[in-house]
Design a protein around this ligand. Structure first.
Ligand code: ADP
Length: 238
């Protein structure tokens, strides 16, 4: 310790007021999932957390347990052990449709009998959002994904890339507190996949989305996510 010019003792560098730690939105604690009859769990003791607004990628080879972990977070697979928490609340008794999480899959799973706008409005209808507000929100989302004039079209007329954009708009429309993306671009050909990966990175940030992306494609994970977590044989690495 030394004396400063004004005679005051200077201690170790003054620590500025501590910035509050990033609040944990999602926390997965020691999650284990085992399919019926399997001798080994598909996910074993997985622990990680996601902050609000953060985009985390789960990567690893096919069969390592990524989708299973994502489905467990969604509440679609029961946990054999461990817990999934949202802002500290254990979700064990909260069914998938009450978790406030959005899901988007590889094949989009659009409803063929509904128009593009009808698909995007689907979750809003389920939430009983009044029609004028619903129409405004659908317009915003279609603009966000670059398909502003597509509302009246049939989804059967769309290209693969357009379908995935509509699927993204549909999953974002109800403002999910967490978006779970399972290989959202894997069914597309390479050029389109690369272009859409960059677009997705921008769109998710513009919407302020907290998200978990499952992909076997490291480059895609690097482009889209803030942080990557590798999985192998049911376990998180690192
Ligand atoms: P990834 O998403 O990394 O490709 P999955 O989570 O789909 O991996 O699969 C992890 C393991 O669980 C694999 O061994 C797979 O065969 C098995 N598995 C996945 N789904 C089921 C299921 N519904 N029933 C039984 N085993 C499954």
């Amino acid at each position: 310790m030394v004396n400063g010019p004004d005679g005051r003792q200077e201690g170790p560098e003054q620590v500025p007021e501590q910035a509050p730690a990033q609040p944990r939105a999602l926390e997965v604690r020691e999650a284990t999932v085992r399919y019926e009859g399997a001798d080994r769990p598909a996910v074993a003791g997985a622990s990680f957390a996601v902050s609000r607004g953060e985009i985390v990628a789960l990567t690893g080879p096919s069969g390592c347990g990524k989708s299973t972990l994502l489905r467990a977070i969604a509440g679609l697979e029961p946990l054999e052990a461990g817990a999934v928490l949202w802002e500290g609340e254990d979700l064990v008794r909260v069914p998938p449709h009450r978790r406030g999480f959005g899901l988007m899959f590889q094949d989009g799973q659009l409803f063929g009998h509904l128009s593009v706008a009808g698909n995007v409005a689907y979750g809003l209808r389920a939430q009983r959002v009044p029609r004028p507000e619903r129409e405004t929100r659908v317009g915003e989302l279609l603009a966000l994904v670059g398909l502003p004039d597509y509302g009246a079209r049939s989804v059967t007329e769309l290209s693969g890339g357009e379908r995935q954009r509509v699927a993204l708009a549909r999953s974002l429309a109800p403002r999910p507190r967490l978006l779970l993306l399972d290989e959202p671009l894997s069914a597309l050909d390479r050029g389109l996949r690369e272009r859409l990966a960059s677009e997705l990175a921008v769109l998710l940030r513009r919407a302020g989305t907290t998200a978990i992306l499952v992909t076997h494609d490291e480059e895609e994970a690097r482009v889209i996510a803030d942080r990557r977590i590798a999985m192998r044989d049911g376990r998180l690495e690192g």
